[in-house]
Design a protein around this ligand. Sequence first.
Ligand code: AMP
Length: 129
Amino acid sequence: MASIFTKIISGEIPCYKVAETTDFLAFLDINPNAKGHTLCIPKKEENKIFDLDENEYVELMKFSRKVAKGIEKVIDCKRVGMTVIGLEVPHVHVHLIPLTTMEDARFINKQNLSPEDFKNIATQISEAI
Ligand code: AMP
């Protein structure tokens, strides 16, 4: 069965898109730790990040780096942190999280954002990349 992220890639499920290439997609996490929390995924469905081949892994990191630089330009934070978990969605994704305090890295305190907020943030990051 297709992962929820494969359904996002195909357009079956909507997302707040931040960036896209032939092989990768970045979109806002729907339950963000902090404003600007973004997920970077390969379009090829793979469960675990270290099962990507070396080239796919490096290209995902390069894509994530570009997106992180865009986030840093427009989101007020001390730095952008990077986390890989994957316990909820078995499709490789890199969490890029704007960090101000350690709490932002803990996946406990979630932000309530309106659809309008999500749209504006995605547009701002997208234009900064
Ligand atoms: P994990 O697999 O533990 O790294 O967590 C999966 C992440 O995907 C969580 O932070 C979710 O909020 C996020 N997520 C799940 N479904 C969606 C969706 N449809 N759009 C955006 N983010 C999602």
